[in-house]
Design a protein around this ligand. Sequence first.
Ligand SMILES: [Zn+2]
Ligand SMILES: [Zn+2]
Length: 199
Amino acid sequence: MDHQLSCDCGVCRLTLNDPVPRYSVLCACEDCRQALRWAAKFGGETPEDLLRGVYFRSDFSEIMGKEYIIATKLRNDNKSIRLFCKKCYSCVGVDHEAYQNNVFLSIPEHCSINFCITIEPKAVLFLQDYPGEIADVPSETIPVFHNMKYPQERARFRSIDPIGVTLSPPTTPAKGITIRDLIADLTIENLNLEPGTIP
Ligand SMILES: [Zn+2]
Ligand SMILES: [Zn+2]
């Protein structure tokens, strides 16, 4: 069976060479929410305030519907590139400088994944951006990071196994196409959104 991550309408399909999730997080950052709210204007799902992110190896055997994928950046200094289907505005993947082309981020509630992912989150990220009163997070059992401004916080995050090794250059080369190979073929659209604004 092919392990596929696709958009909800099915025109964009990424076949993963390695379907084992590396780690998972819960993210409350305003950038994820802003990007998904932008996509929701065109038909994407409206995002929850706390999103589940799952990291997979940046290594695809096949990418179908590349002509329907748009690459976006929230603003000039933003380090994430988010890939959406231009028909249904599902998010089919996110790259960030820190991922080093070893992994990419998927947001399972904003795409379709044809296999079962059973992985518990390792951390809750950017809780200071959570817009509600109190986020319902298992903070007794999962470390919480309010922001990543301080090097101590980033070091604490990287010390969680296997986050440090995952956010490092790959130790074996990808067998197929990486997320950065894909992005290199696309034009990046700068959305020029002010931080935290609701599009
Ligand atoms: Zn689609
Ligand atoms: Zn986020």
